[in-house]
Design a protein around this ligand. Structure first.
Ligand code: PLP
Length: 408
C-alpha cells in the first residue's frame, strides 16, 4: 500500500522554504531552474570545509584519504541511483552542460565525420543544441531536428524517418524543461540502435522526478546536474557504457587524468579518471551523497502521486484564468507548466508576482527555437517539486489574477 505523502514534514527539511520574500512566505515554483537543498546537504558542505577539506586522489595524509573516500562513495551512490552496471561508468562533471560538451568533443573527434548526421529534437535546451551545432560546423556534419506536434510531443513517425545509416548520434531530452513533456525515450533509443546510432539522454529534468535506470533504458550516455536533484551546484554526472568510454579520447588534459607523462608522450588514466582532469568541486561532490541519501529515503510512489496531483490541480486551476493558454499539453507530462496570458508579457507578470513572494521563471527557458515554433516570445513557467503544495498553487492563482488586474 502506498504511504500518504507527508508534505508538511518534508518541507521541514528545506530551511529556505521558511524564509520571506518581499514580506510574504516564499512560494518557490522555479524548481526546473534549480531545486532547493535539504538541511543534510547544507550540513554536508559545511562539514567538509570544517573537518575534511583537502585535495583528493593524491595525498597520503589522513585528510586527503578521508576526502577521497567520501568523494568516491558519491560515485557509488550515483551508480546505484541510476543503476549503472559499474562505478567506472560514472564520471563527475560540472553539470549537464559540461557533460554534453564533453561528449560533443570526445565522441565528436573520431566518431563523427563529414556528411554524418546528428539528431536532436525541437524541444531541446540550448545546451543540447549549441555543442552539436559547433561539432557539425567543425566536421561538416548535418544536424537534424525531430519535429513536435501542437501538444508538445515528439512525432515518432517523423523521428523514425530521420534515422538512417548516416545517423551517428541522437541526443534527446528525457523531460522538457519548458513543456514538461516526458519523451518515450526507451522506444526512441531502441529505434536509434536499429540504425547503429548512439543515444545520449539529457536527464537534467528527469533525474529529480523519475526513477532512472540506464540499463533498462539501454542508453549509451546520460547526463544530469545535481543542483536540480536537491544537491549542490557545480557538480553533475555523465554515465556512459564502459566499452564506449574506454575508446573515446579524454575531454581535457591535466592532473589526475594521466597515468604517465613525459615531454614526448602521455598515457591516460583508467576509467573513470581519464575524463576527470584537475581538481573538481570536491565539497559539492561529497555533499551529493547527502542529496542521494535524501532521495533514497523518500517513498517514490507517494512522491509521484503527489506531483501528479499538483500537476492536475494546477493545470485545472490555471485554465480557469481568463485568456491563459498552457503551452505543452503532452499526454505524458511531469510537474512543469508553461503558460502565456493574452495581452500581458510573461516578464511583467513574473516581476509583479515576485512582489507577492512567488518565484516562477519567465522567458524562453533556454529553448529559443521551441519558442519560435510556438510563435511566442516566452512563457511563465511554474515547475513543482515534491515539497510544493496545493495551497501554493492557490497562492499562485490569486497572485496571477491580481497581476492581471494591474496589467490589463
Ligand atoms: N538540459 C535541460 C533539459 C535543462 O533543463 C537544463 C537546465 O535548465 C540543462 C540541460 C542545463 O543544465 P545545467 O545548466 O545545470 O548545465
Amino acid at each position: 500500500m502506498t504511504k500518504v505523502f507527508n508534505v508538511a514534514k518534508v518541507r521541514e527539511d528545506f530551511p529556505i522554504l521558511k524564509r520571506e520574500v518581499n514580506g510574504k512566505t516564499l512560494v518557490y515554483l522555479d524548481n526546473g531552474a534549480t531545486a532547493q537543498k535539504p538541511q543534510t546537504v547544507i550540513d554536508a558542505l559545511t562539514k567538509y570545509y570544517t573537518h575534511e577539506n583537502s585535495n583528493i586522489h593524491r595525498g597520503v595524509h589522513t585528510l586527503s584519504q578521508e576526502a577521497t573516500s567520501a568523494y568516491e562513495l558519491t560515485r557509488e551512490k550515483i551508480q546505484g541511483f541510476i543503476n549503472a552496471p559499474e562505478k567506472e561508468s560514472v564520471i563527475f562533471t560540472k553539470g549537464t552542460t559540461d557533460g554534453i560538451n564533453l561528449l560533443a568533443f570526445s565522441l565528436g573527434r573520431d566518431f563523427v565525420q563529414e556528411g554524418d548526421e546528428i539528431i536532436i529534437s525541437a524541444m531541446e535546451h540550448h545546451s543540447n543544441i549549441v555543442p552539436w551545432q559547433m561539432l557539425c560546423e567543425q566536421k561538416k556534419a548535418v544536424l537534424k531536428v525531430a519535429p513536435i506536434n501542437q501538444r508538445g510531443e515528439i512525432i515518432l513517425e517523423e523521428y523514425k524517418k530521420l534515422l538512417n545509416p548516416k545517423t551517428k548520434l541522437v541526443s534527446i531530452v528525457h523531460i522538457s524543461n519548458t513543456l514538461g513533456t516526458i519523451n518515450p525515450i526507451q522506444e526512441m533509443i531502441a529505434m536509434a540502435h536499429e540504425v547503429g546510432a548512439k543515444f545520449i539522454v539529457d536527464a537534467a529534468q528527469s533525474a529529480p522526478h523519475l526513477k532512472i535506470d540506464v540499463q533498462a533504458l539501454d542508453c549509451d550516455f546520460m547526463v544530469f546536474s545535481m543542483h536540480k536533484v536537491f544537491g549542490p551546484t557545480g557538480v553533475g554526472f555523465l554515465y556512459g557504457k564502459k566499452e564506449l568510454l574506454e575508446v573515446i579520447p579524454p575531454y581535457q588534459g591535466g592532473g589526475d587524468m594521466i597515468k604517465t607523462v613525459t615531454f614526448e608522450k602521455t598515457t591516460y588514466n583508467e576509467l573513470p579518471h581519464k575524463f576527470e582532469a584537475g581538481t573538481p568541486n570536491i565539497a559539492a561532490g561529497i555533499a551529493t551523497s547527502a542529496a542521494i541519501d535524501y532521495m533514497n529515503q523518500l517513498d517514490w510512489n507517494a512522491v509521484h502521486l503527489h506531483e501528479k496531483e499538483l500537476l492536475d490541480y494546477a493545470t485545472a486551476q490555471l485554465k480557469l484564468i481568463d485568456g491563459l493558454r498552457i503551452i505543452g499539453e503532452a499526454k505524458e507530462k511531469a510537474s512543469v507548466i508553461s503558460f502565456v496570458i493574452d495581452g500581458v508579457h510573461p516578464y511583467d507578470v513574473g516581476v509583479i508576482i515576485d512582489k507577492m513572494g512567488i518565484a516562477v521563471r519567465t522567458g524562453h527557458h533556454c529553448t529559443q527555437p521551441l519558442m519560435d515554433w510556438f510563435k511566442i516570445p516566452g512563457t511563465i513557467r511554474a515547475s513543482f517539486a515534491f515539497y510544493n503544495t496545493k495551497e501554493e498553487v492557490d497562492l499562485l492563482v490569486v497572485a496571477l489574477k491580481r497581476a492581471l488586474q494591474m496589467l490589463r
